[in-house]
Design a protein around this ligand. Structure first.
Ligand code: MOS
Length: 761
């Protein structure tokens, strides 16, 4: 597709509040969890209470006697009913390779071992607690601690093992060296909308109402699990109450709800509890890192090695392998990377916001700060000295890279020049003040998308595609793009998303949605403009004007100083709405559009073109984050009164919602640095803080000044509209910036997250 896409800039980039805001705050937005159909039966899950072993006996007698109980699914009556569908990281759909209710085998604590269906939620829950389970239990291994990691070649998912030169020799010969280990904890997404599913059959047609980042994946994957044709399944998720990666792959619950609904001949609704959610879907696994940096006396990097260890389940090889990013961040002639998977008796981890960069950049950006301290150099100057416009591994240029501009803008806004570099030197009464900074970055991913746009004679437009708004502002960005290219007011654009009966769009993950869908919308609008312009050049006010110069602006067709109302132009080519259609495939290598919606990966081809392998260049968005921490001299309480982030991510389509993404991401970074950790009882490999009372996150009182600066950046290589995406950029590096600030305040280098007051006693 070689259509010339020219944005006027009238609407794209305009600061408007989110267009779905009113629906959300008034409760009119119907989330999948809100769906209640006539005659719905209610399901409740039963989860294993051991992490490793087998079920030796199930006694359902008491449960079946509970008033209102209709059916209980267990491996005894469900085995073989759910077909095995490949794990998403291997080109499939599922969040785990463990097939639900297929076996007596227990892979992890909190595995689904039964599902009770009853007339009411309460009856189903009561019965669930009355099921007696006998186990043959084996000793479980919970994780990385106290166990030598076992290197193992892992199935490659979005990752190679980048390396160049001779890092070991360069390290030996380096003037200044850093050699340190870092770790990050397990974390859970904890989206506010729980893992809820309603399935309803109409004849052989199944509708699945489920909060999802990928309705096409859900539709195709569930069809495969049930052994029916994809056309028989419709997945519906117009709104999503938070996801962060947890609703991209199909979890084991969905097929069970579909099977129960079929057996009962009525709709079945399941709402997994907050506690159950900790093992119904995935999580961010804990990681360990070994970083070695070598530099010359001026601060130039001569050697970088980054080895990582990540936990996965015994069922799956899953790794995030952030070394693809840490190996290309700074100029360095000698680089080595390696990532190990450590299998344990745990549920399978998966994507969680900025999956690779959050843990791996923590390690690298902490190590860079340690290097700056050793060199007695300002950490911003160290980044400036080692900045590069070329990927040091394969010498490909960055499509654009404004990292240093971000540092300069954020440093100025923060007042970094006033920093005294001596640890503990800045104080305010009982508080030690620490200032720290770190780099944020995230690859620019993009995928193919199909969009239909209709423009009616009354000037109103409909945009339809099966993308998703995860609360990110996608509805608004898409509407702004359509308004821009159709030359109509924003309020005349209606956007429909999140339904597999709409044209396919990629998974809303990897921060690709704005880039993928808005480029597709532009093409569909161009389809309309072209037809209107061609017809208008034959008759009426624009007769004789070259169709190529005719634009749609402010409800008019304009060109060569002439104009015609949109309405008369529309009536010229038809009586009803005009439809524009686009199958957009990114300019850089990507999966063929015909595979879109069939697999996340197909034969090793990712559905998304990823930033690290985008043809002749690499594409990333960048940012710089500065934080102030205050550590109480006696209690060692840690506060974060100030955060400043400056970000350059190409064209910003919807500045207000983009800023909200970055604000939220910076705040999540505080959680990552100081609060969040899924605590694991190592004796039984069990998550123990499974609710929002015990799973620590910052509350409003923890967050004071947060400033987001959008640094202008033009990039004509990433895609026609120059969009990079901001969804996952902002929380990368925040944890390191805070750890670096804690060092500056106290002189204590904390290399294991989260940093808690007891670490500073
Ligand atoms: Mo995001 S973790 O790529 O859904």
């Amino acid at each position: 597709m070689s259509v010339q896409i020219k944005a006027n800039g009238d609407m794209i980039g305009r600061a408007v509040p989110r267009i779905d805001g009113r629906l959300k705050v008034t409760g009119a937005a119907c989330y999948p969890s809100d769906v209640v159909l006539d005659d719905t039966a209610h399901a409740f899950l039963v989860m294993s209470t051991i992490a490793r072993g087998r079920i030796s006996a199930l006694d359902l007698t008491e449960a079946q006697a509970v008033d209102g109980v209709i059916d209980i699914l267990t491996y005894e009556n469900t085995k073989g009913k759910v077909h095995k569908v490949r794990f998403f990281a291997l080109g499939g759909y599922t969040s785990t390779s463990i097939v639900p209710l297929d076996t007596r085998k227990i892979w992890h604590d909190g595995q689904i071992i039964a599902m009770v269906v009853a007339e009411t939620f309460e009856a189903a829950r009561e019965a669930a607690y009355m099921i007696r389970v006998d186990y043959m239990e084996r000793r479980a291994v919970s994780g990385l601690d106290g166990r030598k990691p076992q290197p193992r070649a892992a199935a490659g998912f979005l990752s190679s093992e980048p390396g160049v030169g001779d890092p070991e020799t360069a390290y030996q010969e380096a003037d200044v060296k850093i050699d340190a280990y870092y770790s990050t904890p397990a974390q859970h997404h904890n989206a506010i909308e729980l893992y809820a599913t309603t399935c309803a059959w109409s004849g052989d047609q199944l509708t699945v109402y489920e909060s999802s980042q990928y309705v096409y994946g859900l539709k195709n994957g569930v069809a495969k699990q049930l052994g029916i044709r994809p056309e028989r399944v419709r997945a519906v998720s117009p709104f999503v109450g938070g996801a962060f990666g947890s609703k991209a792959a199909i979890t084991p619950r969905t097929a069970l709800v579909a099977i129960a609904a079929k057996r009962l001949g009525r709709p079945v609704k399941l709402v997994a509890t907050r506690q159950q959610g900790f093992t119904v879907s995935s999580y961010r696994a804990e990681t360990q890192h070994h970083i070695k940096l070598g530099a010359d006396r001026s601060g130039r990097l001569t050697s970088l090695s980054h080895e990582g260890w990540e936990i996965s389940s015994r069922a799956d090889d899953y790794k995030v392998a952030g070394t693809d990013t840490t190996s290309l961040l700074y100029a360095c002639p000698n680089v080595a990377t390696h990532v190990n998977i450590v299998h344990a008796d745990r549920s399978t981890p998966g994507f969680m916001r900025s999956p690779a960069e959050v843990p791996y950049m923590f390690a690298l950006e902490s190590a860079m700060d340690e290097l700056a301290v050793k060199l007695r150099m300002d950490p911003v100057e160290l980044r400036r000295l080692n900045d590069t416009q070329i990927d040091p591994i394969n010498q490909k240029p960055f499509s654009s890279r404004s990292l240093i501009a971000c540092y300069d803008r954020a440093a100025a806004a923060f007042g970094w020049a006033k920093r005294n570099p001596e640890p503990g030197s800045m104080q305010d009464r009982d508080w030690l003040i620490g200032w720290g900074c770190a780099t944020a970055c995230y690859p620019t991913n993009i995928g193919p998308a199909e969009v239909r746009v209709t423009l009616a004679p009354n000037g109103k437009a409909r945009v339809r595609t099966a993308g998703h708004d995860l609360g990110t502002g996608a509805y608004t960005a898409i509407a702004l793009t359509a308004a821009e290219f159709l030359g109509i007011p924003l309020e005349d654009v209606n956007v429909e998303l999140g339904d597999s009966s709409l044209p396919p769009a990629p998974v809303a993950g990897g921060s690709n949605a704005t880039a993928s869908i808005c480029n597709a919308v532009a093409h569909a609008c161009e389809d309309i403009r072209e037809r209107l312009a061609r017809a208008a050049s034959h008759e009426g006010a624009l007769r004789g004007v070259d169709p190529a110069v005719i634009r749609l602006r402010e409800g008019m067709l304009v060109g060569a100083d002439k104009s015609e109302p949109l309405k008369s132009a529309l009536l010229r080519i038809g009586f009803g709405p005009v439809e524009g259609h686009a199958k957009y495939t990114p300019e850089v290598a990507s999966v063929p559009i015909k595979l879109l919606g069939h697999t996340l990966l197909s034969k090793g081809i990712p559905v998304l073109t990823v930033g690290t392998s985008a043809g002749n260049h690499v594409q990333y968005a960048f940012g710089a984050e500065f934080v102030e921490v205050r550590v109480h001299k006696r209690t060692r309480e840690i506060r974060v009164p100030r955060l400043v982030g400056a970000f350059a991510a190409g064209r910003i389509v919807s500045p207000i919602t983009a800023r909200s993404q970055l604000l939220g991401a910076l705040i999540w970074g505080v959680a990552s640095a100081l609060h969040e950790e899924t605590e694991i009882d190592e004796r039984v490999a069990r998550y123990v803080n499974k609710d929002l009372a015990d799973y620590m996150i910052p509350v409003s009182a923890d967050i004071r000044d947060v400033e987001v600066i959008l640094v202008p950046e033009e990039d004509n290589k990433v895609n026609a509209l120059g969009i990079k995406g901001v969804g996952e950029l902002g929380n990368v590096g925040t944890n390191a910036a805070i750890a670096n600030a804690v060092y500056h305040a106290t002189g204590r280098r904390i290399r294991n997250l989260p940093i808690r007051m007891e670490d500073l006693l």
